[in-house]
Design a protein around this ligand. Structure first.
Ligand code: NAD
Length: 274
């Protein structure tokens, strides 16, 4: 009896056994949380992003050892379309196929629009929006050939609403939601789904930089800056976590989510309910 329960629990928790995923920007923050959640569900994963080689290797090895899946790393710079295509090809040859793509890599820069450096605009549009297009374009043919796929774009509450001094980021994230809807429509009669997750504040290196800037600008402590950031936008007054975003990504890969298509799912402590 207990063996049967163990088998059942295992088959549920290893729901994605045999599947393979690429998670872009997964050397840190939300992407790493998603890669770990997919691996915990039994999925082989390709990590991608920047960072210290030893730290990346340590995360990669930990995923393999902890979850018993294959984990590989590709250093593609997502500002470069050819590198994205190459990354998909590498994952396909290493794993035999790519079933799931999570377009997560993203960067931020804040400044009033009159002072917004044009090269920062170009980089944010390239990494936060165009990279998703290039990855989806490259991976869809093989997903169609097997009639199964999951494409998850990590957008933001800033795909739904705006904030000052984030022209490029808000424009890119609104664009990601538009792209998500088009891909969902073009794949609507297949077993390929495309959705977006819209996190509110999640305490990752990307947000820690904004917390530090605020603390030094307003001459307040890091803790006070965190509280201000939250109380200004996120009614729960709590950060969402990379683990929570990872769990939602796993759910979107499940059979139960197969009719969730073209959605923008907020995980934002009611930020966009206001
Ligand atoms: P992070 O800075 O912790 O991680 C970003 C990841 O992207 C890192 O792995 C980094 O190496 C990688 N990356 C950056 N530029 C790259 C490039 N050119 N090529 C390849 N990889 C690159 O940030 P995060 O907070 O985990 O953000 C992840 C995603 O979540 C982003 O798309 C971000 O816009 C989105 N998001 C974050 C929050 C938040 O509060 N942290 C909220 C909403 C949306």
């Amino acid at each position: 009896m207990s063996i049967r329960i163990k088998e059942l629990t295992e088959s549920f928790t290893k729901m994605l056994k045999g599947k393979t995923a690429i998670v872009t920007g997964s050397t840190s923050g939300i992407g790493l949380g998603i890669a770990r959640a997919l691996a915990e569900a039994g999925c082989n994963v390709m990590l991608n992003g920047f960072g210290e080689p030893e730290a990346i290797e340590s995360e990669r090895a930990q995923i393999e050892n902890q979850f018993g899946v294959q984990a590989i790393f590709d250093p593609a710079d997502l500002a470069k379309p050819a590198a994205i295509v190459q990354m998909i090809e590498t994952a396909t040859s290493e794993f035999g196929k790519v079933d799931i793509v999570v377009n997560n890599a993203g960067v931020q820069y804040t400044a009033p629009i009159e002072n917004f450096p044009a090269e920062r605009w170009d980089a944010i549009i390239a990494i936060n929006l165009s990279a998703n297009f290039h990855a989806i374009r490259a991976v869809l043919p093989q997903m169609r050939s097997r009639n199964w796929g999951r494409i998850i774009n990590i957008a933001s509450t800033h795909g739904l609403v705006a904030s000052v001094e984030k022209a490029a980021y808000v424009a890119a994230k609104h664009g990601v939601l538009g792209l998500t809807k088009v891909v969902a429509l073009e794949t609507a009669t297949t077993d390929i789904t495309c959705n977006a997750i819209c996190p509110g504040w999640v305490l990752t290196p990307l947000v820690e930089r904004q917390v530090k800037e605020r603390a030094s600008r307003e001459k307040i402590s890091i803790d006070q800056a965190k509280q201000e950031l939250l109380s200004e936008k996120q009614p729960s007054h709590e950060f969402a976590t990379p683990q929570q975003i990872g769990s939602l990504a796993v759910f979107l890969c499940s059979e139960a989510a197969s009719q969730i298509r073209g959605a923008a799912l907020p995980v934002d402590g009611a930020w966009t309910a206001q």
